[in-house]
Write a protein that binds this ligand. Structure first.
Ligand SMILES: [Zn+2]
Length: 509
């Protein structure tokens, strides 16, 4: 059970008995500080509203969201942690809009030339000024990124060739470096069925963004030119091969597709739209340890306005992704304000450009407002809005530092189950790990919700799941008890870390 509804019931009972006896109202009874579900409702109501147009990075809707977050931080009594005491940290980005007329792919197979247009045939993957360029060469299939890293000796010569990769790089970003250093000119990602391809088309949108500072390392954007193939391009590429199925083909070994050649042209036009992180500070109680921060992260950007769905809705409201996370940060800050203050300080960091490839968090990692030496931990919330309270958790990145064991212990004390999971550059905790800050990504699930069967839990998940689609709206009847529980876990972990032993990184296994 959540503490919050119980507390309200308790308060109501006290008030009722006072009214009956006519006793004068005494001081309010002490209620343990907890997560305010009405705050979660109202913050997400605003942030996921159509008027914010999906909070696209570099768009006015995102600016309004940033202003709202700063204004709420001001109301809660937090301090600006940006330059000059401002709540904003500017993030210089470049937006490269794909020019469809100049972006195309040609497949030559035994003298036959087939053209694939941008969009229906393929899309450029995320990229930078260095990688949003054309490439070409004979085609070679190498399996997945895991295969590349597991058995680099099995790779055929790659110099001057185009690599077909099963799936994306994901957590195996190092595979991109292997392919590049072996001379591959570019990568074609094979993602399988059309549903999956369309998810990439929607998520990438019509433009690509990257940091306007070549020296700032990227956690998510692979350093090699790459495109994502539609199922029709995938079939054409793999046709005639033994073991190649209709789609999502998985050959069992690397193979040079002799006689097949791909030439990709990529044309973009660039501009530099404004973007910013929002950073709010809450000072700890200890005169010395208050110089160290525990950082909470959530991204406030989403996909903006993009491909319309079947109903014609083109606004990607991002209620669960990640208006929910930004709202949880505000609710946690509000609860912290009412709780006895722990020794260390808190930084509530609302990041931009996550959907565009961790841009806000990569910028923060390159230009931290508190240096890693004074950053005790990072706690990231970006796993959607669970529609009921979770009793199972995954602690991604928890194996990289002692923060993982602390997160497991905090869950166990609350009667929940938690396990660590490997870190992946799929959300904003990853850049913090990259600069040596113990950081975790708390993820509800995958087990049944509190007091529910697995079947009922999964039905509820399906009822509310609209990942990266326009119907990811705010709904008046959405059950916010799941977000209260999610924020409560993060709140407990933050208090534990801010008041206890400082987490440290572990040597890689
Ligand atoms: Zn997200």
């Amino acid at each position: 059970m959540d503490r919050h509804p119980l507390s309200l019931v308790a308060l109501a009972l006290v008030a009722a008995s006072c009214a009956r006896t006519g006793a004068p109202r005494g001081p309010a009874p002490l209620v343990p500080p907890s997560i305010d579900s009405m705050a979660l409702r109202s913050h997400t109501f605003f942030l996921a509203h159509d008027l914010l147009e999906g909070r696209g990075t570099g768009r006015r809707g995102a600016d309004v969201a940033a202003l709202y977050l700063a204004s709420e931080a001001e109301r809660i009594g937090l301090q600006g942690a940006g330059p000059g005491g401002s709540f904003f940290q500017e993030v210089p980005i470049v937006e490269a809009t794909v020019d469809s007329a100049r972006t195309r792919l040609a497949l030559t197979d035994a003298g036959n030339r087939q053209e694939f247009p941008y969009g229906t045939g393929f899309i450029p993957n995320v990229g930078t000024a260095r990688t949003l360029v054309g490439f070409g060469g004979e085609v070679v299939y190498v399996g997945s990124a895991q295969d590349v890293l597991a058995a680099p000796s099995r790779l055929p010569p790659l110099a001057g060739r185009v690599v077909l990769l099963a799936g994306m790089f994901g957590a195996e970003a190092a595979a991109a470096d292997t392919l590049r250093t072996r001379g591959a000119t570019g990568v074609i990602h094979l993602v399988g069925d059309d549903e999956r391809y369309q998810l990439y088309v929607r998520s990438r949108g019509p433009s690509r963004m990257f940091l306007d500072e070549a020296a700032a390392a990227s956690s998510f954007i692979p350093d090699i030119p790459a495109v994502i193939a539609s199922p029709s391009l995938e079939r054409a590429l793999l046709s005639g091969l033994p073991g190649a199925g209709e789609a999502a083909a998985r050959l069992d070994r690397p193979v040079v597709l002799a006689g097949k050649r791909v030439d990709v042209a990529v044309g973009v036009s660039s501009r530099r739209p404004p973007a910013r992180n929002v950073a709010a500070f809450l000072r700890g109680a200890d005169p010395t340890l208050a110089d160290e921060v525990v950082i909470y992260t959530a991204h406030y950007d989403h996909l903006g306005i993009s491909t319309p769905d079947a109903t014609g809705d083109s606004i990607y409201n991002g209620f669960s992704d990640d208006a929910a996370g930004a709202a949880m940060l505000l609710a946690i800050a509000q609860a912290m304000q009412r709780a006895p203050r722990p020794a260390r300080s808190f930084l509530f960091l609302f990041l931009t450009g996550e959907e565009r490839g961790l841009l806000g968090s990569d910028w923060y990692a390159a230009h931290p407002l508190f240096p890693p030496a004074r950053t005790a931990a990072g706690i990231n919330l970006d796993a959607g809005a669970p529609p009921a309270p979770s009793v199972h958790w995954r602690v991604a990145g928890g194996d990289r530092s002692t923060l993982g064991a602390t997160a497991l212990a905090v869950a166990a004390r609350a009667g929940w189950e938690a396990q660590t999971a490997p870190a992946s550059p799929n959300s904003d905790y990853f850049p913090l790990l990259r600069i040596g800050v113990p950081a975790v990504f708390l993820v509800p699930g995958p087990g049944p919700f509190d007091g529910m069967t697995a079947e009922a839990s999964n039905a509820l998940r399906r009822r509310w799941d609209a990942y990266h689609q326009p119907p990811d709206h705010w709904h008046a009847d959405f059950p916010f008890s799941g977000l209260v529980r999610y924020a409560d876990y993060a709140y407990r972990l933050g208090l534990e870390v801010a008041g206890g032993e400082r987490p440290r990184m572990l040597a890689p296994r």
